[in-house]
Design a protein around this ligand. Structure first.
Ligand code: GLY
Length: 422
């Protein structure tokens, strides 16, 4: 049964939140529904936040017109902390590794809470090189991984093909990473929705139109949101978890507005042959002519090929060029894939942040938290995001591993930037 909103008569002050949460100072005079926690956005990050909050006894609601939408519907679901390592992202690596370590227990907890499997598969990954330049780049990445103490094994071309016989004969070498796995983001979403419903999370299927803020100066406080359908929600704490749209909610004061932008990714889905005809057993990735491509084989037979990375604003058009480039590069790695049925193409928007890492926890505006900016790692970071937000929503601190990703970390830079342009 969904948790009923706290019963607040019209024209009355909002009800006090549950024990252990901060009360809305100067709450709005009217509310159609009142909760301890309102989560704006029902993608995997919003859902895991809502689920974890509700599990801890907080009356929780999610506002989203389509809570099973979001970037995860397009994502391939690689849990690739090591193979997706980028220079300059060492701090993020620690969070990604913590998330990868948390995944098995998270998958089990979620399966128990929802009765659903999330397709968590300990398949490992292989990054391969097709020419001498790719090989040199991959060797350099391997050196970087080794300096950071990460586990990755260098293989020659024939060893790569022994592992994955469908790889092109031209593969010159590769990095085997047995600790990078996968989950199915669509199954993850379904499971999170079911877990939320079982935990009593209420769903308001409408877009959040405006953050409700009361008071002024140091007494200013977020106290919920108004939805596009006219519903006024009062909440002791509001979590902005709307992915790439998180910076667009009206009413959010400029000083705490999350600096996220949409980064488009196009993805293609093929169907592999049935059991008995192994096509690909683990995630394979490569950089082909400077663009990275990855192939994620699921137990269901789905083969996800991704992803483009395009800074084109809010555009989600699937283009002939995007699909062509993905298939062209994937074909160089696995020539046999042109025989496979093409079952779907899609495009989604990653929530990019200035340092490619998420923004988590309280903002400088009391009552407003962020859980956004996960960029390339939303599916991987789902468990640790849920844990981090649950900690702060129940009055605690961000866990140590999440502390470098505090939602407030860009506030100084923004003020400096605004000052320079004043
Ligand atoms: N992590 C894969 C991507 O963002 O495309």
């Amino acid at each position: 049964m969904p948790m009923q909103p706290r019963d607040t008569p019209p024209e009355e002050p909002a009800a006090a939140p549950a024990a252990g949460t901060a009360g809305p100072v100067g709450a709005p005079r009217t509310a159609d529904a009142t909760y301890d926690v309102l989560v704006v956005g029902g993608g995997v990050i919003g859902l895991v936040t809502a689920w974890q909050a509700a599990r801890r006894g907080l009356a929780t609601a999610v506002a989203d017109p389509a809570p099973d939408g979001g970037a995860a519907q397009v994502a391939a679901g690689m849990l690739a902390a090591v193979t997706e390592l980028h220079y300059g992202e060492e701090a993020l690596l620690a969070l990604n590794l913590a998330a990868a370590e948390r995944y098995p227990a998270f998958a089990a907890e979620l399966a128990e809470a929802s009765g659903r499997d999330i397709g968590y598969r300990r398949c490992g990954a292989l990054s391969v090189a097709l020419d001498a330049d790719d090989r040199a780049q991959l060797r350099e990445l391997h050196g970087f991984q080794q300096r950071l103490g990460l586990s990755a094994e260098w293989l020659g071309g024939s060893e790569c093909r022994r592992l994955e016989p469908m790889l092109a004969p031209g593969v010159r070498g590769g990095l085997r990473v047995d600790g990078d796995h996968q989950t199915d983001p669509r199954l993850l979403t379904v499971a999170l929705l079911a877990a939320c419903e079982r935990a009593g999370v209420a769903f308001h299927r409408s877009l959040a139109a405006r953050l409700r803020v009361t008071g002024s100066g140091t007494a200013e406080r977020a106290v919920g949101a108004e939805l596009a359908d006219g519903t006024r929600i009062a909440a002791g704490q509001t979590v902005l978890a709307a992915g790439s749209r998180s910076g667009r909610l009206a009413g959010v004061p400029e000083a705490v507005r999350p600096p996220v932008r949409p980064v488009k990714g196009q993805v293609v889905r093929l169907r592999m042959p049935g059991a008995g005809t192994p096509f690909l057993s683990r995630t394979v990735r490569a950089v082909v002519r400077g663009s990275s491509v990855y192939l994620v084989p699921r137990e269901s037979g789905e083969l996800v090929i991704g992803a483009t990375s395009e800074e084109l604003g809010w555009d989600t058009t699937v283009t002939a060029g995007g699909v062509y480039e993905l298939l062209r590069d994937a074909h160089e790695l696995l020539p046999g894939l042109t025989e496979l049925p093409l079952v779907e193409t899609g495009a989604g928007l990653r929530p990019g942040s200035p340092d490619n890492a998420p923004l988590l926890g309280p903002t400088a505006l009391p009552g407003l938290h962020l859980a956004t900016g996960h960029y390339r790692n939303g599916v991987l970071l789902t468990p640790v995001t849920g844990d981090a937000l649950a900690a702060v929503l129940t009055g605690g601190e961000l866990p140590d591993v999440a502390r470098p990703f505090a939602a407030t970390r860009f506030a100084g830079a923004r003020q400096h930037h605004e000052g320079r342009h004043a």
